[in-house]
Design a protein around this ligand. Sequence first.
Ligand code: MTE
Ligand code: HPA
Ligand code: MOS
Length: 770
Amino acid sequence: MSNTELNMHASIENHESAVKHVTGAAIYIDDLPELPGQLHVATGKSAHAHAKILKLDLSAVRDCEGVVDVITYRDIPGDADIGPVYKGDPLLVDELVSFVGQPIFAVAATSLKASMRAVEKAIVEYEQLDAIVTVKDAMEASSFVLPEKSFVRGDVDSIISDAPHNLSGEHYIRGQEHFYLEGQVSLCIPTEDDGVLVYCSSQHPTEVQRLVAKVLDVPFHEIVVEVRRMGGGFGGKESQAAGLACIAAIFARRNQLSVRFRMPRQDDMVQTGKRHDFWNRYRVGFDDTGQVLGVEMDLAALCGHSPDLSEGIVDRAMFHADNSYYYDAARITGYRCKTHTVSNTAFRGFGGPKGMIAAESMMDDIARTLNLDPLDVRKINLYRPGRDVTPYGQTIKQHVLSKLVDQLETSSNYRVRREEIRQYNQGSSHLKKGLALTPVKFGISFTAQHLNQAGALVHIYTDGSIHVNHGGTEMGQGLYTKMRQVAARSLGVSIGRIQVNATRTDKVPNTSPTAASSGSDLNGMAVRDAMNQIRDRLVNFLASHFQCPPGDIKIENDLVVVGDQSLPFNEVVNLAYMNRVQLSAAGFYKTPKIEFDFEKGTGMPFYYFANGAATAEVIVDTRTGEYRVMRVDILHDVGRSLNPAVDIGQIEGGFVQGMGWLTTEELLWDDGGRLVSDSPANYKIPTAYDVPEAFNVKLYDEPNREETIYQSKAVGEPPLMLALSVWCALRDACASVVDYRFNPMMNAPATSEEVFSCIQNAKARENQDD
Ligand code: MTE
Ligand code: HPA
Ligand code: MOS
C-alpha cells in the first residue's frame, strides 16, 4: 500500500486541541481561575549535596508578610516517602539532605512572590558530609541505588579474544532536561470527608492519587485526580509531578483552602529529575566482514540519590544495547550508580537511547578498523531470519529493518552522497562533511508486565453524542485525537459525535502511566472494547426489535442499516434508551503474549518492535568545531498509521528533541554537585533554526503483524533515537581529518567544543601513530 492509500484508511484528523493551542483557549492548570483565599507554595531547599541538618529555624519564615502556613517533615500526616517503586524519595527531608536543591520545608502564602521571598529567610545549619557526584566516583566506591544486572549469552570472553579482530571503546553521554513548556504544577481543592480534588500536570494520575492518599493517610477513594492536558511531559511527569500534588494537598487539607503549587523554571530544573548520564564501555570481537561475534558492554547510569524509575530505565538501556544488531555472544551489564544529585527519571526513550548509542558507536568503530563503509557494517549485522534472537532471548518475528534500511539507502541517495562527500573532504582543508545512516529498533511494552493494561469508559447520550474517557493522558502527542478516531471508527459514527474528556481517577481507575509509547496501543484497545460492547447491545436490541438476524444490522457513517432501511444514529439511540438498553460501557485491555524472567534474563518483554532509520549529513568547521545539520531523511515504521499527520509530527518532534540531547543541550554540575545549567540562558534547547535545512520524513508502509489497534504501531519515543544519525555523522566528519583510519572518541552532547576537541585528539593520535 502506498502512503496515499494508507491515508484513506486513516483520516488525517487535526489534533483535537490544535486551534485551542494556538489561540490560547486550551486550559492548562495555571489558567484555572483562583478560588477565594487560594494559597501559593514555594519550598526551602538544601544548599549542599550531602549534609546533616543540625538546626532549622523557620521563625523568620513564618513572620514574613503573606505567609499563612509552613510545614516540615513532621507535619506530613501519613507516609513521607513518595518513591514510585522503591522507597527513597522523602517529600520533605527529615535530617539528611542528599542533593543540592532538595526540599526541606514548604511555605504556603497569599502569592507566589510572598512564598518565594519567605523561604529565603530560613536559618539552616548543616554538617557537610562527603558527597559523590559523578558516575566514575560512584563506580569506584561501588555506590549503587540497586544491584547490577546482566544479560549473558555464550562464552563472551573467549569469543572476543579469539576473534580475528577486536577493539574496545567508551564514551560519556550526558543527560537531558525535559524542558516541557508547561512546568510542573498542581492545584488542590479540599473536599468533604478529608478528601482532595487534585488538578495536576501528570502522566500518571493514578500514581498521584495513590501518593496523595498515602501522604494524607486517607483511602484512595477520597482523592480524585484530574488531568486534561499537559504542556509536554516527555517522561518528566511520570513520577516527578506527584511531589507538588502531595505538598499542595497537605496545605489544602490543613487550611481548607485551595492551594496552587507551580514551580518557577529554575526550581523545576534544579529540583526535578532528568535523563540519566551514562558512562558506556564496550569490547567487541568481529570477523573480516565486520560481523560481530561477541560483545561485552558495561552501561553505568547516574541515578542520583534514589532509585525512582532507574531500575526499569537501566533495564531498557540493556534491552537496547543491541539496537538493531544480532550479537551471537554477549554480556550486557547495567549499573545503577548512586550519587548525591537529583534523582534521575524517565525521559523519552527510557534508557533505550543510552544502550543504542553504544551499539552505534561500536558499528562505526568496526567499520573504520576494517576500512569499510559504516553502512555496510550495520547492514551485515542487522537482525534477519536465522539471526533473530536478542541477547535476552526474544525472537524478532517481523523483519522490517533490512527492507526499510535498503529503501532509505536508495531514497536518501546514500552511496552517491558518500562518494561526493569523500571527494569534497579531500578538496576542502577546513570544512568537512559527515554522513551516517543509523537504524532504530525499539521494544514496545512496559517492561514491568503488570503495567500493560488499560481501561476506558464510554457513554452514549440520548442525543447521540458520545463521551469517552480512558486511562491515558494527553501531553501534546495526540492521544486524545487518536482515541476519538478509534471510538468513531469502532462504532461506525463520525468523530464529531465524540468528546474525549479529561482523564480522571474516578472515571477509569488503577491506570498505568501514559508512557513507554503505549498510550494508543493500550487505551485504543480498551476504547474499542467498550465501543464493541455497546455496539453489540444495540445490534442485539435492533435484531429483536425489527425481528431480523443480527448479521443484517450495520452501523456505518452515522447510519444504522437494518436490512433495507437506514435509520439515523440518533433515532436508534433514542429508541434503544426507550427500550431500556444500557448505553454506557467500561472497556478493558491487557497486552497478550509478553512475559519476562528477570532472574534468568530471558523471555519476551516486548509485544513487538517499532523500527526506523535516518540518514543525516552535517558540515563541520574544523577550526572551531561549529557545524550545521544540512539534510536529514527519515523512514519510520508506525505500522498502519492511525493518524499520519500526528505520527509525522511525533517523528519530527522526537528527532529534533533527540538532536538537542546529542548536540547542544549540555547538563553541567560543579564539583559540589550544584547544577550549573539551570536556565534557558545556559542550557540550549533546539530552536526552529536548528531544524535541518532539508528534512524529509516518510512513513514505512507495512501493517503491524501483531493484533494492535487497527494494526498500528506505537510512535512516541522511537523517533528520538533517529537522531543518533546526527551524532554518528559528526563523528564521521571528525574521522575524515585522519582519512577515516579510525574514529576518534566522541562524547555527547557533541557541542562545538566537543567536536573541536574530538578533531584535536584525532590529529594528536595520528601524529603519535606516525
Ligand atoms: N509528544 C509531545 N508533544 N509531548 C510529550 O510530552 N512525550 C513522549 C511522546 N511524545 C511527549 C510526546 C513520551 S516520553 C512518550 S512515552 C509518549 O509520547 C507518550 O504518549 P503515547 O504513549 O500516547 O505515545
Ligand atoms: N517505559 C516507560 N515508562 C515506564 C516503563 C517503561 O518501560 N516502566 C515503568 N515506567
Ligand atoms: Mo515516556 S519516557 O515513557 O514517558
